[in-house]
Design a protein around this ligand. Structure first.
Ligand code: FPP
Length: 243
């Protein structure tokens, strides 16, 4: 449930999802390689987690690498994987200091062994933390997630554990990678693009969207508060009528 931050005079969305776009253009503006932008983006993730936690966000879910990002150059993919591995490794201490629980969603198959080991280590080391619930989508695609859920459900039907007429929306939600998370209340996408890019299509059905031209490495406290202010101006009806 959303909570009210009295100091800010704002209702804070319980679950914020972010598409961190614009690292490449941020680097280009500085005549630097794209990987420089990703490094700046990674360091900004740490800062945004702290800010989100500080203002009262309870769940934060970020898109770090999509199932489509494999189409980038081998050099860029490899740099991103190394960056992620290092980030997850270095992040355990900070998560535990701040009571942050970290989970990874997305397809595990196809990820490098060294990255997988860091994923397992970070999830395990932070699993009893009760503060901000922080989720990183790696090798994630919404259609891939739904396909994997359907495969599992079909197997359960085949094994006689589930009747087809007993499959509800709730059954599908329970088979998604996000089964332990509420649906996002606010989606933020940086860098001026206004599309979903296969990010949480099932979960974002009733989410409020906020787009900003700011590139991800420049997205900070002020920008997050601006997004929350816009969220406060929205009237969420979930398909109902105005009361
Ligand atoms: C989009 O920028 C960003 C990505 C595809 C990856 C996001 C990755 C990070 C922020 C760094 C690693 C993350 C963590 C959690 C350590 P883009 O490359 O598409 O930028 P462009 O649209 O300007 O080219």
């Amino acid at each position: 449930m959303d909570i009210r931050n009295e100091k800010l005079g704002l209702v804070i969305p319980c679950h914020v999802a972010i598409i961190m776009d614009g690292n490449g253009r941020w680097a280009k503006k500085r005549h630097m390689p794209r990987t420089y932008g990703h490094a700046a983006g990674a360091s900004n993730v740490k800062s945004v987690v702290r800010i989100a936690d500080d203002i009262g966000v309870q769940y934060l879910t970020i898109y770090a690498f999509s199932t489509e990002n494999w189409k980038r150059s081998a050099e860029e993919v490899s740099a991103l994987m190394t960056l992620l591995k290092k980030y997850l490794h270095d992040y355990i201490g900070e998560c535990n200091e701040n009571n942050v629980r970290c989970r990874i969603i997305g397809r595990r198959e196809g990820l490098r062994e060294d990255l997988l080991a860091e994923i397992v280590a970070l999830e395990e080391a932070t699993k009893t933390n009760t503060g901000l619930q922080f989720t990183i989508a790696i090798n994630y695609g919404g259609r891939d997630e739904i396909t994997r859920a359907v495969q599992q459900i079909a197997t359960e039907v085949q094994e006689g554990k589930l009747g087809p007429d007993l499959i509800t929306e709730e059954t599908i939600s329970r088979h998604l990678d996000t089964r332990d998370l509420p649906d996002p209340d606010l989606l933020i996408r940086t860098s001026g693009e206004e599309r979903l890019s296969n990010y949480l299509p099932w979960q974002l059905a009733y989410t409020e969207f906020y787009f900003t031209d700011v590139f991800w490495p420049d997205f900070g406290r002020e920008e997050l508060i601006e997004a929350v202010k816009k969220y406060n101006q929205r009237e969420r009806r979930f398909g109902g009528v105005k009361s």
